[in-house]
Design a protein around this ligand. Structure first.
Ligand SMILES: Cc1ncc(C[n+]2csc(CCOP(=O)(O)OP(=O)(O)O)c2C)c(N)n1
Ligand SMILES: [Mg+2]
Length: 348
């Protein structure tokens, strides 16, 4: 599968004398280009949805991009990632060409799930992205299971298991946390706390508002992280990854973030004010990274314009690819269906 962004290398802190920033110029530029691609791709997705070129459920990640960009720079390409249905940015951040996401959302055979999954079921084996799951919290035991498999097989790999704040109230989370701690599985549980589960705020659903504290009852190393800055996300993930690779088990990170758009494409957003949205937009992760780049004169105005044009071209190419691709043929219905003929409980 074609890629656009080079696979992540470990971001290296730069020497103090060269720059006042903790991370290198290359890391900042990569964060900027990667998040800009996620943002512009999803802005286009929103337009195409209104034109009914994309149908079904569709949840945008706009505002939350640092949670992926800051994590990708702290892990290896072989490490695994799994999330819920708000899943376009994760594989793009790992380097998958967004045309395969676009074709999937348009239900075309060239999509990453052959057009049979849609927006909520983006997968990429090549980029170690394991979906794309519509059942709130359903991916949490799966993430723990992937980490169990790696530990069992002796692979030196870590699983990043993302979930929304709404998923923290699911029973499966507690069972998975218990086993992950008991067996010291190499998994990092990442709560994307954007304050709302559909239109319901964290305060309305739980007595515990600081969600990272849920991990403490399992004695799991847990903390809150500023999810609107790539630096904080990277540092928290790096620390957790180091712990997991040493065999010391899981970490829970509550990433404080915000989605600028509605829950899905049909959301009147009566549960929040426009001022609240503006307050978070003022901390935009892309703007913050760009401000650092400009301050250090790492990109000229012409460089920035060229980067924007490159992203625009990739988005345009993705739309064209999706539109020109065919729909799956009817025989596809019978392919990729799991069957275990010797399953012991089926009596013919
Ligand atoms: C088990 C289950 N219950 C309810 C739903 C309906 N539902 C879809 S999204 C959602 C909200 C989840 O919010 P959160 O986990 O905070 O994720 P976010 O949308 O904010 O990324 C709900 C309740 C579902 N998909 N699965
Ligand atoms: Mg939420």
């Amino acid at each position: 599968m074609e890629k656009v962004v080079s696979k992540s290398k470990k971001a290296e802190p730069v020497a103090e004398s060269k720059s006042k920033t903790k991370f290198s110029k290359e890391t900042y530029i990569k964060w900027y280009e990667s998040m800009l691609l996620m943002r512009k791709f999803e802005e286009k997705t929103g337009h195409l949805y209104i034109q009914q070129k994309i149908r079904g459920f569709c949840h945008l990640y706009i505002g939350q991009e640092a949670l992926v960009a800051g994590a990708v720079s702290a892990i290896r390409p072989q490490d695994r990632m799994i999330t819920a249905y708000r899943d376009h940015a994760h594989p793009i951040g790992r380097g998958m060409h967004p045309k395969y996401v676009m074709a999937e959302m348009m239900a075309k055979i060239t999509g990453c799930s052959k057009g049979k999954g849609g927006s909520m079921h983006i997968f990429s084996k090549e980029f170690n992205f394991f979906g794309g799951h519509g059942i709130v919290g359903g991916q949490i035991p799966l993430g723990a299971g992937m980490a169990f498999a790696d530990k069992y097989n002796g692979n030196d790999l870590v699983t990043l298991c993302y979930m929304g704040d709404g998923a923290v109230r699911q029973g499966a989370l507690h069972e998975a946390f218990n086993m992950a701690m008991l067996w010291k599985l190499p998994v990092i549980f990442i709560i994307e706390n954007n304050n709302y589960a559909m239109g319901t705020s964290v305060e309305r659903t739980s007595n515990v508002h600081e969600l990272w504290k849920v991990g403490l009852s399992y004695e799991m190393p847990s903390k809150a992280v500023d999810g609107m800055t790539c630096e904080a996300v990277h540092e928290a993930i790096e620390e957790a990854v180091t712990r997991a690779r040493k065999g010391d088990g899981p970490t829970l990170l509550e990433m404080k973030t915000y989605r600028y758009k509605g829950h899905s494409m049909s959301d009147a957003q009566t549960y929040r004010t426009k001022d609240e949205v503006k307050e978070y937009q003022a901390q935009d992760p892309i703007e913050k990274v760009l401000a650092t780049i400009k301050k250090n004169k790492w990109m000229s105005d012409a460089d920035i314009e060229a980067a924007e044009k490159k992203v625009d071209d990739i988005v345009a190419e993705s739309v064209q690819f999706g539109e020109e691709s065919p729909y799956p043929t009817i025989d596809e219905l019978y392919k990729d269906v799991y069957e275990q003929s010797d399953y012991p409980y089926i009596i013919e």
